[in-house]
Design a protein around this ligand. Structure first.
Ligand SMILES: [Zn+2]
Length: 95
């Protein structure tokens, strides 16, 4: 049930940068990033954080989970391809 909700939220959250359609399918991974394809216009695009300004909650939560599991800021930043200052800020926000 929780998983179902998560998927539903994801679909609502994801939007095609081209036609704004929410009919999005996963399309494998490229360079460690999830690739998506718009069913409507066939436009391909990477991770949700490139569509929105800022990062999606799920992405943020993944980074924080890594931090909780003992990974350093720079290690997380390297794995996720983001600035380590961003990770530090998130950890500060959560406390
Ligand atoms: Zn589209």
């Amino acid at each position: 049930m929780i998983l179902k909700n998560a998927i539903a939220n994801k679909i609502v959250f994801m939007k095609c940068p081209e036609c704004k359609s929410t009919h999005i399918n996963k399309n494998g991974r490229k360079r460690g990033k999830q690739n998506y394809i718009c069913v409507n216009c066939q436009r391909q695009f990477l991770d949700c954080y490139q569509i929105q300004r800022g990062y999606c909650d799920e992405f943020k939560r993944e980074c924080l989970t890594m931090y909780v599991n003992g990974m350093g800021f720079r290690a997380i930043a390297r794995v996720k391809g983001i600035d380590h200052v961003t990770v530090i800020n998130w950890v500060k926000q959560v406390g």
